[in-house]
Design a protein around this ligand. Sequence first.
Ligand code: 4AD
Ligand code: MG
Length: 445
Amino acid sequence: MMSSSTSRNSQTRMPKRTHSVKEALESSEGTRVTILGWVATKSSVGGIKFATIRDGTGYIQVACKKNNVSDRAFEEFERAGKESAIAVSGSVREDKRAPGGKEISVSDFVILAPSEKWPITRSAVRGSSSFLYDKRHLTIRGRKASSVMRIRAEIVYAAFDYFVSNGFTLISAPTIVQNAVEGGSTLFDVNYFNRKAYLSQSAQLYEEAAIAAFGKVFIYQPAFRAEKSKTSKHLTEFWMIEAEQAFAGQEENMRLQEELVHAMAERVIKNRSEDLRALGRSFKIPEIPFPRITYDEVREISVKSGIAFEWGEDIPTEAERLISKRFDVPFFITGYPLSARSFYHMTEETNDKVTKSADLIAPEGYGEIATGGQRIHDYDTLLRRIEKQELPQESFDWYLELRKYGMPEHSGFGIGVERTTRWFCGLKHIRAASLFPRTISRLKP
Ligand code: 4AD
Ligand code: MG
């Protein structure tokens, strides 16, 4: 029998956990288990009291009958409010009606940390559009929010597995930097001991230095963009997985992205199908190779559909959404004009206005999830580009200097973790793909 205490928290002797919820659901009829977790729901039918307990590995129904437990345990079971941390002991019973097909007949129950009346109520949620995110520190316990985060984690594990087993070395890079990688308009300033510094938009330039040491590298770290508009696909802080390879051009780069996304999808479907189900999301592993469409074709379709933009401009969000909705598999948009791209992009041999780069676009309207391309590896070409775009040469001197010492053809890409999670999970807004999102209007919690 477990012992309990009437004090709030610290005095409670915590019973020893024998099973996680997942293990309990996998064990056979009659197995004695002690589970530590939280009360997700409570109900009663006739004289039997029910609760659903979750512990991060799953949900299990427990049933408490007055005659089967001590008065103390029954009283604690009745008193345990939603989100109380509890210990429950009992035996596993097959029950077709229970979610997961198993139920625990309670023999003992202890409140380890009580919960006040749970503030996330329907009327509170209805009363304020930002309530769920104001209370994000609590709402992340919800079934959908936690399913999204488990899928997100699986996407990242898949990337690590994929890169490690394909000879890529994990590197790190500073997030306090001196220069813009992706243009100056979305830079966050940092006062760095009275010098101007910025939060990094991408680790790409550091990866380019690292490939000469390691050949193939990848990185997983936050990126920062002072995005001034409210959209369903922009965060101000997000996580990026980036990879860079020496002796590889844009074709190899696109193949790498296809394989990576395929590996992510395969792993999520293998390990997180229950979470996809909780989200009501049907999601298939996309077949390789992914379709390709050119910038010019996108422009033509957009113009015909009434979304006009000049050749050379970036593809407007509405046009990207329109094209994305026409596909049910991810696809590349190739042949971006140099004028819509960052300074480091290599151009086609036959056309110096078109870059060797592509965006990887998720289907169903989710839009861009990755951008990649081949970089300029020639010193003079890069110097001319930096001059032409009037970039501050002194902060790029080290990046330029790399081109003096054996810099071969190379390419790479960055894929947004929250963008990918949003697509996999079928989320309306990207903030749901971040545990504690940062947007133009949100800095708390
Ligand atoms: O397309 P971006 O700006 O490309 C780069 O930063 C390259 N230097 C990457 C590289 O080649 N190593 O950003 C890459 C990806 C986007 O495709 C998108 O998925 C994500 O990062 N991303 C954002 N995600 C959320 N909120 C934002 N504001 C994002 N900006 C970019
Ligand atoms: Mg991009």
